[in-house]
Design a protein around this ligand. Structure first.
Ligand code: SDX
Length: 375
């Protein structure tokens, strides 16, 4: 394996008709539609429908689709009791992993990988993940979960289930847009993990568990939380240079910057930067945007690195009042739709994903019995 293939860089490992990334031009498409008009004029539900059915929905089709999904938005008693049994300090991504695993155990269609069963299960998963995230958050605060309200959009209901208060239109639309932007992104690490699991003919729930696990790491979805922690640690614009000198001098990665595929700006970042500016100070003190912008400019000047999707999404979630350790679970709420689409695509035209490893260990050597080995 050459150096450039380490981490499978540059390797094409699947065919997909879902999203296309042009890393040189900084463009992203869902089923052929440019992300920019989708983000500006579309919605998460519409983009989800597009990924699952390959076409944009009519108004009627979207209403029916969103109605069906809203009807699946609930917290099964079995999941609630497992979430209640978790230690209060359980990380929200670990709780979500547990919840998805339990959801799989109580779904009678769990092991059925047929298209109809998969798409129905996908609807249940996408609808119940936000309920599980909100319920775990309430429970760890010693509060009861809040019942979902199927009359609200997924984004609006999620914010309400977290805080107990119905959010305004600006906040729900902002969350909806972040979910749309997080929905799918080629063969990113968590999606690849889902496809590997699905390729063994394991079921959708097992594959989504793999996606949640892979997303939790700071080099992937965990970066939105870590980017905010960094901004909090820097604290003010006048401390940006000293912070970056120290971290880059110690060869540490700056969270929210760099990307495996994009050589120019991540097209999702421009929407999130604008939202971060518009929403700054909606909750808490304003100033996060100014600080984030200063770090972004300093990183570009020093390393020529652009920020990625997670960087300004962190500022948006801060402005929406989302607790820090729920930033990555919200990424999972959006990405779950993409994971499900990839699993269905894999199940429809499957071949076991099983690459090889180049062996770098010891040459062949004789076995020595334990009583003949030196201490
Ligand atoms: C996501 O792939 C996807 O689609 C992911 C995603 C999605 O939608 O699913 O877009 C979402 O996960 C975004 C990425 C979130 N992660 C981070 O923000 C963590 C910080 N970023 C880096 O660790 C890194 O840029 C990665 C992990 C995103 C990409 O890693 P690569 O492709 O393996 O790049 P690399 O680590 O080999 O870096 C290449 C060079 C190195 O310098 P040189 O040794 O060549 O001199 O760029 C430097 C790196 O040191 N570099 C960074 C850096 N990112 C790259 N230096 C400092 N800080 C950084 N963030």
């Amino acid at each position: 394996m050459t150096d450039s293939q380490k981490g499978l860089a540059g390797v094409t490992a699947a065919d997909t008709a879902l999203s296309r990334i042009d890393g040189e031009e900084g463009r992203l498409f869902y089923c052929g539609y440019d992300i920019h008009p989708l983000a500006e004029q579309g919605s998460f539900g519409e983009s989800l429908y597009l990924l699952w059915y390959g076409e944009l929905p009519s108004r009627m089709a979207l209403t029916v689709f969103e109605g069906l999904l809203a009807g699946e938005r609930r917290l099964p008693a079995e999941v609630e009791s497992v979430l209640r049994a978790l230690p209060p300090e359980t990380a929200p991504m670990a709780a979500l992993l547990t919840a998805v695993s339990v959801l799989g155990q109580i779904d009678a269609d769990g092991p059925n990988n047929g298209f109809q069963a998969d798409i129905e299960k996908a609807g249940r998963i996408v609808s119940m993940i936000p309920v599980c995230v909100a319920a775990h958050h309430r429970l760890r605060l010693g509060l009861d979960p809040i019942e979902p309200d199927p009359d609200l959009s997924l984004a609006e209901d999620l914010l309400r289930m977290l805080t107990g208060e119905r959010p305004d239109d600006v906040a729900s639309k902002a969350l909806d847009k972040t979910l749309l932007l997080y929905l799918d992104h080629g063969l990113n690490a968590s999606t690849f993990a889902c496809r590997v699991v699905a390729s063994t003919l394991a079921d959708l729930y097992a594959a989504i568990c793999a996606g949640v696990a892979a997303l939790s790491g700071p080099l992937h979805g965990g970066a939105n939380e870590q980017a905010m922690r960094m901004l909090d640690a820097i604290g003010s614009v006048d401390r940006v240079d000293a912070y970056l000198d120290r971290e880059l001098g110690a060869n540490r990665k700056i969270m929210g910057f760099g990307h495996r595929v994009y050589r120019v700006e991540d097209p999702r970042a421009s929407h999130l930067r604008r939202m971060a500016e518009e929403l700054d100070g909606l909750h808490g003190e304003p100033g996060t945007y100014e600080l984030a912008r200063a770090v972004e400019q300093a990183m570009f000047a020093r390393k020529g690195l652009y920020c990625n999707v997670d960087y300004y999404c962190a500022s948006v979630y801060r402005s929406l009042g989302v607790p820090l350790d729920l930033f990555t679970p919200l990424f999972a709420v959006g990405r779950a739709g993409g994971w499900a689409a990839h699993v269905m695509e894999q199940h429809r035209d499957n071949r076991l994903i099983r690459p090889r490893a180049r062996y770098t260990g010891a040459d062949e050597r004789p076995y020595v019995r334990i009583d003949q080995r030196n201490d």
